[in-house]
Design a protein around this ligand. Structure first.
Ligand SMILES: NC(=O)c1ccc[n+]([C@@H]2O[C@H](COP(=O)([O-])OP(=O)(O)OC[C@H]3O[C@@H](n4cnc5c(N)ncnc54)[C@H](OP(=O)(O)O)[C@@H]3O)[C@@H](O)[C@H]2O)c1
Length: 125
């Protein structure tokens, strides 16, 4: 059974991707920065009969969280076949390049750029 980790999969596009991959026979690790939200997603999938799934606490902006997720998943599988760096933020609106605050830029880069690098480096070895 192919194994996949999807970051930010407790809702929206990440969740739907998880659901469809589960339907296709994948084993899915749902990355969720908030475990309660992850548990709610898990229950919804279970109610649809999709059980080859588990929740992993994973905040892509947090080194320790990513390291812990790597260790946790490493204990369950030697191979992670697919990594989907889905977690992302839009940074809020308005967001004109000349008006967005530096904090806004930093937040977006922390999640959408460094978060992707952090997770990819942790899991692709
Ligand atoms: N929807 C679109 O039209 C669109 C268009 C282009 C690109 N995208 C990209 O597609 C991806 C998914 O979009 P979406 O519409 O499904 O977004 P969404 O509804 O805002 O969901 C984003 C997901 O990412 C999670 N997330 C945010 N920051 C995180 C962090 N630091 N660590 C871990 N998880 C984090 C969120 O967790 P919480 O529930 O805890 O907030 C949520 O699960 C994003 O990367 C987005 O930029 C979307």
């Amino acid at each position: 059974m192919k194994k996949v980790l999807i970051t930010g999969a407790n809702k929206s596009i990440g969740y739907e991707t998880a659901r469809q991959l589960l339907q296709q026979g994948y084993y899915v690790f749902i990355g969720s920065r908030n475990l309660e939200n992850g548990a709610a997603a898990f229950e919804k999938l279970k109610a649809e009969g999709l059980t080859h799934v588990e929740i992993v606490q994973l905040d892509v902006t947090d080194d320790d969280s990513v390291k812990s997720a790597r260790i946790e998943i490493g204990k369950k599988t030697e191979v992670l076949d697919v990594l989907i760096n889905n977690a992302g933020i839009n940074g809020g609106w308005p967001q004109a390049a000349l008006e967005a605050s530096i904090d806004q830029f930093k937040q977006v880069f922390e999640t959408n750029v460094y978060g992707v690098a952090r997770v990819t480096q942790a899991f692709i070895i």
